[in-house]
Ligand binder design. Structure first.
Ligand code: PBG
Length: 328
């Protein structure tokens, strides 16, 4: 009689289903992004239209919002800065009194070891042209001359108290340059989580509104990866490991689950997937229209990303899911 597979046997009660569940989302998997605005004003929380629920925050509001999230179990943040002024060489990125440096000092003073403060290392939010590196007169994004500035940026974040740096610029050789600068200055134990596999994606649109970082001309295709390429992703990841990366990021997440899966099989480092702004915005928009159950859809996408092989999840839902006890 039992000539077919009775898969339903183990789905009959919530407890049975929990017993055989293969993947779980845990609070320590989550990394919440924040956008910090350099302003003398206090109490600023400027909503970002294309990222419902997210805002550009003044330092005091950042502190307040992170403290509330930490009360709900958030353990890690990744910070993006909006400087007062931009210039062609992105000086605000590596200024001692830059916005990320101030934010890192402030959050560490408040939370100490209870909060892991990760900083995004890139120039695009700080350059007047909006590219992630220096540009030539002809508009070419220059690789090698940019490395020193990225290393300076990472070092200044470390000196401000950051627990981990996350280079997202996609210049070749930047992990090695950053590792050397950190080691030479006594930060041998500060990990680098590199955006090893970062595609030139249409899904970054809302982020660029939030961070004010859209390129003024051209696009990022000469440095970010072609979405068509899978083998190249493994080359990029392998190169970053050789240069000294401690954790690899794959980004975006949802449209690149095959890449996450393959990286998981090929490499033993911890893997982070970044569910980017456009992925979040789509779920939010459909939810607000009543077309899908937003919370359930958010949970399902994050679970899928983890099931594919990611250990850590940078995502904009973290705060809400913790607050509502959906992840605990
Ligand atoms: C900076 C950076 C970007 C994102 C993270 N770091 C934007 C870009 O490359 O243009 C995108 C994150 C998101 O869309 O949520 N280089």
């Amino acid at each position: 009689m039992s000539e077919f597979f009775r898969g339903r046997r183990l789905r009959m009660t919530p407890h049975l289903r929990a017993m055989v569940r293969e993947t779980d989302l845990r609070p320590q998997d989550l990394i919440m992004p924040y956008f910090v605005l350099d302003t003398e004003e206090k109490g600023v929380s400027r909503p970002v239209a294309s990222l419902p629920g997210q805002a550009q925050l003044s330092l005091d509001m950042l502190e307040e919002r992170v403290a509330r999230a930490a009360d709900h179990g958030l353990g890690a943040v990744i910070l993006f800065g909006l400087p007062k002024e931009k210039d062609p060489v992105g000086s605000g990125a590596y200024a001692d009194n830059g916005i990320i440096q101030k934010a890192a000092r402030r959050l560490k003073a408040r939370h100490g070891k209870d909060l892991t403060v990760i900083t995004d290392v890139c120039l695009c939010e700080y350059t007047s042209h909006g590219h992630c590196g220096l540009i030539s007169q002809e508009g070419e994004v220059l690789n090698d001359p940019t490395l020193e500035l990225l290393a300076r940026t990472a070092l200044s974040h470390a000196q401000a108290g950051a627990d981990m740096v996350a280079p997202s610029d996609m210049m070749d050789g930047r992990v090695a340059a950053i590792r050397e600068a950190l080691d030479d200055n006594g930060f041998v134990n500060l990990p680098i989580m590199s955006y090893a596999v970062k595609y030139a994606s249409a899904f970054y649109g809302p982020f660029r509104e939030a961070a004010g970082s859209a390129p003024k001309s051209g696009d990022r295709k000469s440095y970010q990866m072609d979405p068509a390429n899978r083998r190249e992703a493994m080359l990029e990841a392998g190169a970053d490991i050789q240069e000294g990366a401690d954790i690899l990021i794959i980004k975006p997440a949802g449209p690149y689950l095959d890449i996450i899966r393959e990286a998981r099989a090929a490499f033993d480092l911890p893997l982070t997937a970044y569910q980017v702004s456009g992925e979040y915005a789509m779920i939010k928009a459909a939810g607000q229209n009543g077309w899908i159950d937003e919370r359930a859809a958010a949970m399902e996408t994050l679970l899928g990303i983890k099931r594919a092989g990611a250990d850590l999840l940078i995502n904009y839902f973290s705060e809400e899911l913790l607050k509502e006890g959906l992840i605990r």
